[in-house]
Design a protein around this ligand. Structure first.
Ligand code: UDP
Length: 247
C-alpha cells in the first residue's frame, strides 16, 4: 500500500520489509529503483511535475525522515517508521555480504566513496565494491558507465545529492538490478559526517543535530515549514472532499 504526500507516493514498509523487497528483486533479477524521499525532495517534486512523475515511476519510495512520517500521519495514513538511505543500506549490507553481491558506490567528493567502500568491505568481507566520486565531467561519463556495465553490480548506490541522483538513476536503470539514491550516505559511512547518537535519533531530533553540526544546512531546512504548510493544506482539502462525498 502507498500513501500520497504532496502527490508523491510513499511505500508503507519498515526498513526490514524494504530490505526483503530488495533482496527478492535481486534474486529475481527484477530491475528496481528505490527513492529515499525526504521532505526537501517531496517539496521539490510538488513544484516540478517532471520530477514528481519520475519519482512516481520508482518501484520503491521510502519515507526518509521524521518530516515525511509526520506528514503521512497528519494525512491519516500512518507509516510504520522512517526509512532513511543510510539506515536502509546499513541493513542491506549483511544480506549483501551473505550473498556476495557486487555494489557500486557512485558519488561524494573524491576519496570518500573509496573510504566508505573500504570500511564496508572490512566489516562485510563478502561484499565486492567499486567506486566513483560524484564530481566527474560529462565527458568522463561514458567511461564510468562502461566500468559499471563491466562490473555488473546487483546494487548501485548513487550519492550525488537530490534530485540529481534521481535524474541520473532514472536514465541509467539498466546498469544494476537495484539502484538506490542515497544522498550523503557515503560521507556518513566514511565517518566524515558523524551521525547523531542513537538516543537523539530515538527522540527524532537527528535533523537538529545535523543542523547544529552543519549550520549551512539551514538554507535547505527552510523548506521544512513550507513543506509542513502544504501538507496541512492537502489534509484540509482531502477532508473537504471527504465531507462533500459523504453528504
Ligand atoms: N555530491 C556529488 N556530486 C555533486 C554534488 C554533490 O557527489 O555534484 C554529493 C556530496 O558530496 C554529498 C551528497 O552528494 O556526499 C549529497 O549530500 P547531502 O547531505 O546534501 O544529501 P542528503 O543525504 O541530505 O540528501
Amino acid at each position: 500500500m502507498r500513501t500520497e504526500v504532496l502527490g508523491v507516493k510513499i511505500d508503507n514498509y519498515t526498513i526490514q520489509e524494504t530490505v526483503m523487497r530488495i533482496r527478492e528483486a535481486v534474486e529475481k533479477k527484477e530491475q528496481t529503483w528505490v527513492v529515499t524521499a525526504n521532505p526537501e525532495l517531496i517539496f521539490a517534486a510538488g513544484r516540478d511535475a517532471r520530477l514528481k512523475q519520475l519519482i512516481n515511476r520508482a518501484q520503491i519510495v521510502t519515507p526518509d525522515g521524521v518530516g515525511v512520517v509526520w506528514a503521512a500521519k497528519r494525512l491519516g495514513h500512518p507509516l510504520p517508521e522512517r526509512v532513511t538511505g543510510i539506515d536502509l543500506i546499513e541493513s542491506l549490507f549483511p544480506v549483501a555480504a551473505e550473498r556476495k553481491w557486487r555494489i557500486f558506490f557512485l558519488g561524494s567528493k573524491p576519496g570518500v566513496a573509496e573510504l566508505a567502500a573500504r570500511k564496508v568491505t572490512e566489516q562485510y568481507p563478502g561484499i565486492v565494491c567499486q567506486t566513483q566520486h560524484g564530481y566527474f565531467q560529462p565527458e568522463e561519463q561514458p567511461e564510468i558507465i562502461e566500468r559499471i556495465q563491466t562490473f555488473q553490480p546487483q546494487l548501485l548506490l548513487a550519492g550525488l545529492g537530490a534530485p540529481r541522483q534521481e535524474f541520473w538513476i532514472a536514465s541509467h536503470l539498466d546498469l544494476a538490478t537495484v539502484s538506490i539514491g542515497v544522498g550523503g550516505s557515503f560521507d556518513a559511512l566514511a565517518g566524515l559526517n558523524k551521525r547523531a547518537p542513537q538516543w537523539i535519533r530515538n527522540i527524532r531530533l537527528e535533523w537538529l543535530y545535523r543542523l547544529l553540526k552543519q549550520p549551512q544546512r539551514i538554507k535547505r531546512q527552510m523548506v521544512l515549514p513550507k513543506f509542513a504548510w502544504r501538507v496541512i493544506k492537502q489534509g484540509k482539502k482531502e477532508e473537504q472532499n471527504h465531507t462533500r462525498r459523504s453528504r
